[in-house]
Design a protein around this ligand. Structure first.
Ligand SMILES: Cc1ncc(COP(=O)(O)O)c(C=O)c1O
Length: 395
């Protein structure tokens, strides 16, 4: 082909997920039963009442026009949800923007707020969309390492003064993917002070706000005083209500920022299918106990894996939230080598930690996206493979 892609496309290489998928297919061809714990896509259905609302709305022939920036009812529902679940006041009329899932916001925000070469501070390891968005805008990612010795929180004091001065955005994600840390008010207060000092827009990705275990609660960035002056929070119904394929989410927070996002998005797309918005309204206004039930399912899955691995000699921290375990791998292995070896010896697919950034080396991410029976089988297959014997040997 004589047509050349842009130089920017050079930043979008084939991801580790494609390599894993290839190896997975090879194993399946060999007749191996593969248990995929790599991709964070919910395996459970949405609650019936949401599907019923969607079905009802789909049959209404008046709901097929462009929704443009979104329907008023949706903004109202987000506001109601925020005050009920997080005690945060969000003005439905000017502090909410509609998104086609969080991803839509995450990959486009750097385009709205940075110019070529501007710096964006992002967690390392961090969710892959952050880097993708930064690359789309030709901005520059400055990694904020998440290290175990710092409770997996970014160390703001480590950010060099000249970088802080040049930074336009900071992306945060608590509870996080791949590192399932919960945010806390004390840390967020430091972030607000830092961002105000350096005039940085804070973008908090809150995608896992509802998958929290052990009676804990996910802290919204907007709970902190002053956060709305410099920040926004992104969330969706993908993980909380198992609506990943329906593509609906939102940004809340600073009204000037929301206004800019609305302006840009009105040039980019024409909104989300109205029946999907209406279904989301029914979910946000009253979840009918679903959120608690759903989190419990993941909590049980977490316990099965953490306890199962413990019996095999592999101690993994019990995640306080999300649909992931962030597991330090046995000494002597590299993340990718371990994940590939695990797949070829046991048929269990996990993601190498360094797929999420340099600081993910030494870890793998294990997604809790299979039922309890499959998870027990995964433990069994790993036991049979003997791959963890090296941990016991090294102790
Ligand atoms: C941390 C995080 N943010 C955002 C997303 C995107 O989710 P969605 O676009 O479905 O809201 C994901 C999906 O895996 C995620 O893990």
């Amino acid at each position: 082909m004589g047509i050349q892609p842009s130089k920017r496309m050079g930043n979008f290489t084939t991801s580790i997920f494609s390599e894993l998928a290839q190896l997975k297919r090879e194993q399946q061809r060999l007749g191996v039963e593969v248990i995929d714990l790599s991709v964070g896509s919910p395996d459970l259905p949405p609650p019936k009442f949401i599907m019923e609302e969607l079905a009802k709305q789909v049959m209404n022939s008046e709901q097929y026009g462009y929704s443009l920036t979104g329907i008023g009812e949706f903004y109202e529902a987000v506001s109601t949800y925020y005050s009920r679940r997080h005690g945060v006041n969000i003005a439905a009329e000017n502090e909410v923007a509609l998104l086609m899932g969080s991803q839509d916001g995450l990959v486009h925000l750097p385009l709205f707020f940075t110019d070529s070469g501007d710096i964006v501070l992002a967690p390392d390891p961090g969710y892959t969309a952050y880097e993708a968005g930064i690359n789309v805008a030709s901005a520059t990612l400055f990694p904020m390492p998440l290290r175990e010795e710092n409770q997996f929180l970014p160390c703001l004091e480590e950010i060099p003064e000249d970088i802080a001065r040049k930074a336009k955005m900071m992306i945060l994600n608590f509870p996080g993917n791949p590192v399932p840390t919960l945010g806390n008010k004390e840390f967020f207060e430091k972030v607000v002070a830092f961002a105000k000092k350096h005039q940085i827009l804070v973008v908090h990705d809150f995608a896992y706000s509802e998958l929290v275990f052990d009676h804990n609660h996910a802290t919204s960035f907007l709970e902190v005083e002053g956060a709305k002056e410099i920040g926004i929070e992104i969330n969706s119904l993908s993980k909380s209500f198992n609506l990943a394929g329906a593509r609906i989410g939102y940004i809340v927070g600073n009204k000037e920022i929301i206004n800019l996002i609305q302006r840009f998005k009105s040039n980019l797309d024409y909104g989300v299918f109205i029946p999907v918005q209406k279904a989301a309204v029914s979910a946000l206004i009253d979840d009918r106990g679903f959120l608690e039930q759903n989190a419990k399912i993941y909590e049980k899955r977490r316990d099965i894996l953490v306890n199962g691995f413990k019996e095999l000699g592999w101690e993994i921290a019990a995640s306080p939230a999300t649909m992931f375990l962030w597991a330090r791998i046995p000494d002597g292995w590299q993340s990718k080598e371990f994940a590939f070896e695990l797949l070829s010896r046991s048929g269990v697919v996990v993601t190498p930690g360094n797929a999420f950034g340099k600081n993910g080396e030494g870890y793998v991410r294990i997604a809790l996206v299979q039922n309890e029976e499959k998870l027990k089988l995964a433990i069994d297959k790993i036991k049979q493979s003997n791959i963890l014997a090296s941990i016991k040997d090294s102790k």
